[in-house]
Design a protein around this ligand. Structure first.
Ligand code: ADP
Ligand code: ADP
Length: 228
């Protein structure tokens, strides 16, 4: 895991209007930061710049202390967790988790792949589901498979892009609890984007509030809660 540092990050799209304006934020190694704000405030633009899917207009992005503005997504080694988790429906849980290691041909022996998959599955309590296909899993289990994939390739951090926004209220509550438990257990550096206040106040170590592209404040949920 690694730290992620944003220094005076700006994003101007072609219209010249800044979608993200002068954002500075330090996410420490192992910290879980929530980026919250209304639709259109620039959350996904910011996340996509960190992931390397969108160019940074100006400012500096450091991953583990290294300037990363121009690095390819693959070199940044960040794991995106989306709403749909992007699992392969025709592959088993085992093969879904092993997938990133199969891509880097020759780097991992079959024994190593097996050991890493089983270790991740045990951390995530998926040992009993390795032969199942994603279609037969619960939402929470699918999310864990997606995280397992990130664990085996030893990603620097997780980037969550509104992973719960399509779920009904009950499932969302369950998944919130699950993510929060996992986070405590795994201690993975995470940046989690949401427009949901409840997620923001219950999941993170710190909450960064974005409004019209600018960071309004960064505080712990408790500090935010106790504000007048
Ligand atoms: P959020 O994720 O908070 O809903 P976005 O990052 O998607 O916000 O959008 C922030 C602002 O940037 C919005 O005004 C949006 O219209 C604009 N925007 C987003 N993507 C593009 C794009 N590809 N081209 C031009 N403007 C964009
Ligand atoms: P893998 O899924 O095994 O990471 P990919 O070739 O799909 O392999 O991705 C390579 C790198 O690019 C990874 O670091 C991944 O996080 C990043 N990446 C790929 N697609 C996306 C995406 N849609 N959003 C964010 N990062 C991505």
């Amino acid at each position: 895991m690694a730290s992620i540092t944003l220094q005076n990050i700006v994003k101007e799209y072609d219209d010249g209007y800044p979608a993200v304006n002068n954002v500075s934020l330090e996410i420490e190694d192992g910290e879980f930061v929530i980026l919250v704000g209304p639709s259109g405030c620039g959350k996904s633009t910011l996340l996509r710049m960190v992931a390397g899917l969108e160019d940074i207009t100006s400012g500096e992005l450091l991953i583990d202390g290294e300037r990363s503005n121009e690095k390819q997504p693959r070199e940044r080694n960040l794991a995106m967790v989306f709403q749909n988790y992007a699992l392969y429906p025709h592959l088993t849980v085992y093969e879904n988790i092993a997938f990133p290691m199969r891509l880097t041909k020759g780097k991992f022996s079959d024994d190593e792949v097996d050991e890493r998959v089983r270790r991740a599955a045990s951390m995530l309590e998926l040992e009993d589901h390795l032969e199942r296909k994603p279609g037969n899993l619960s939402g929470g289990q699918r999310q864990r498979v997606a995280m397992g994939r990130a664990i085996v390739r030893e990603a620097n951090a997780f980037l969550f892009d509104e992973p719960l926004s399509n779920l009904d209220a009950k499932l969302r509550g369950q998944m919130r609890a699950e993510i929060s438990q996992l986070q405590r257990r795994l201690g993975t550096t995470s940046l989690y984007v949401t427009h949901d206040q409840t997620e923001a106040m219950t999941l993170g170590d710190r909450v960064a509030v974005l409004k019209k592209g600018e960071l309004q404040q960064v505080a712990s949920p408790r500090e935010l809660y106790e504000q007048p």
